[in-house]
Design a protein around this ligand. Structure first.
Ligand SMILES: [Zn+2]
Length: 129
């Protein structure tokens, strides 16, 4: 029996939960807040970042972020506890699970790259895996 069977709180703290997630329907952005970072990510970017098997195969086939409707909106966020969130989009796409670490990476890219270069930052994130 391993001694790590006891709850290890250092592991738990590594999960970068945002303390706030807010839909901003007027600006079509999702606001995410961590103690050290705030980012407002457009719904369209989140939709393009979907990691479900369908979007993944499109991404691989095009070698680019999947094309999505510019007017796509985020209808609902479902919290999946320690796993992350599931996002429901207005184009009927609702299969994507966004792990907390992935959301944080999207937000980091957003903060670092600015609006125009953001899809490139996303691609970089994908290709690093
Ligand atoms: Zn998808």
């Amino acid at each position: 029996m391993s001694s790590s069977a006891v709850c290890d709180e250092t592991d738990v703290q590594e999960v970068p939960y945002p303390y706030a997630l807010e839909l901003d329907p007027r600006a079509c952005r999702l606001e995410m807040k961590w103690p050290d970072l705030q980012a407002a990510v457009p719904y369209k970017v989140l939709r393009q970042s979907c990691r479900c098997s369908v979007c993944e195969s499109v991404r691989r086939a095009l070698d680019d972020v999947p094309p999505v409707d510019a007017g796509v909106t985020l209808l609902k966020i479902e919290l999946l506890g320690s796993m992350g969130v599931q996002l429901f989009f207005s184009d009927g796409h609702e299969r994507g699970i966004y792990p907390w670490t992935y959301l944080r990476r999207i937000a980091d890219g957003r903060a670092a790259e600015g609006v125009d270069d953001f899809p490139q930052a996303l691609m970089k994130g994908w290709k690093d895996e």
